[in-house]
Design a protein. Structure first.
Length: 368
């Protein structure tokens, strides 16, 4: 399949996995469907960004910036403004050399230089907001006449009609047989019973990992196994019910094993759990920007995909009760297999349609 008029596409995403994974998911799906499409990625220069792209086998264009100058001060703010100006110049030069047909911004600090450079070089630009609360670049793009594409049916502070929901692109992954998935983790014999996957997000979460290790000892979770992923746990095996999984980016084996999940409220993680039909207890990170993880979690719960627990105000008893409730939901859905590739293909096709309409000039995602 090749879309007329779309030969070169630039995807701009950096910061955390929550911004980068949707860009990778969209790029991989479109590349598989359109072999002649030239997809380029643009990122910032943080070590985490290098790690995520490198593990996906992608070599992006790295801009000379490592964060937003907003919300900081002193020498650091001056340094970052200098980095922004250099990044605008680098993006302007990149657009001039590659002449892309369209550019998609996935938000975060790295999208601002691309937004400015796109206006200078008149590159048709789309903006995707993964979270239920719009970031600064998304709000700025909206004021410039770009209609944000969103991952949820609500996106603060926008009203209905000011954005268009298309979902969050997810990475194409295959569901593996249970034993094959377990063997890929190299953890020894496959345990019987329910498996709970614990995800702290690409930045990790020692507090969340600690709470799960604590409740795993309760008699209510006899027969359960907990796979706790993140740098805090490493490959420790603190009990016969808990395995630590070092941070990894190939999530297919873990999703294939999970009967239920405990996760932070990042939009990318929640979208992948929804695509895999894994019931999840969402524990929003209380320090997320504009409390966007709590907003994501509310919409995830309202869609019937899981429950929410507030670690700042909720009790341990509530945590246990809600996780057991999700375990029963998993039992009720046992035997129902969902192909996660369907969600990946569907969202990429919707996204492709938006890109093509933008190229035709029939959409609100172009700045005159």
């Amino acid at each position: 399949m090749q879309a007329t008029g779309l030969k070169r596409l630039v995807l701009v995403a950096g910061g955390t996995g929550g911004r980068i994974f949707p860009a990778i998911g969209l790029g991989q799906c479109l590349s598989s469907q359109m072999p002649d499409l030239e997809v380029s990625y643009v990122s910032g220069s943080r070590p985490l960004e290098l790690e995520i792209y490198g593990n996906a086998g992608i070599e992006p264009v790295f801009l000379p910036c490592e964060g937003s100058p907003l919300g900081t001060g002193g020498v650091r703010a001056v340094t970052r403004w200098i980095q922004v100006l250099r990044s605008v110049r680098a993006m302007t030069r990149f657009f001039g050399e590659t002449k892309p047909d369209a550019c998609v911004l996935f938000g975060g600090y790295v999208s601002f230089p691309a937004l400015v450079a796109g206006r200078i070089k008149r590159v048709r630009t789309l903006v995707h907001e993964q979270n239920a609360v719009a970031g600064k670049v998304t709000r700025l793009a909206s004021r410039l006449g770009i209609v944000p594409l969103t991952g949820w049916e609500a996106c603060e502070p926008f009203s209905k009609g000011q954005f268009e929901e298309i979902g969050v692109p997810v990475r194409p992954m295959k569901r593996l047989p249970r034993r094959e998935a377990w063997n890929k983790l190299g953890l020894g014999g496959l345990p019987d019973g329910k498996i709970c996957l614990v995800l702290g997000g690409s930045l990790g979460s020692s507090a969340l990992a600690g709470k799960v290790v604590e409740i795993s000892r309760l008699p209510e979770f006899t027969g359960w196994s907990f796979l706790v992923m993140g740098k805090e746990m490493g490959d420790n095996h603190p009990s016969d019910r808990v395995w630590g999984i070092p941070r990894r980016w190939d999530m297919g084996p873990l999703y294939s094993l999970a009967d239920v999940a405990v996760a932070r409220g990042g939009a990318s993680t929640l979208s992948e759990l929804r695509a895999w039909a894994i019931p999840a207890l969402v524990v929003p990170w209380p320090e997320s920007r504009d409390d966007h993880q709590a907003a994501n979690a509310r919409l995830f719960e309202e869609s019937g995909c899981g429950l929410v627990w507030d670690e700042m105000r909720g009790s341990g008893g509530e945590l246990v009760a809600r996780l057991i409730q999700l375990g029963k939901k998993s039992d009720a859905e046992d035997g129902i297999s969902v192909d996660p590739g369907i969600a990946a293909d569907r969202t990429s096709q919707v996204f492709l349609g938006k890109i093509l309409r933008t190229l035709e000039g029939g959409d609100g995602n172009w700045m005159d």
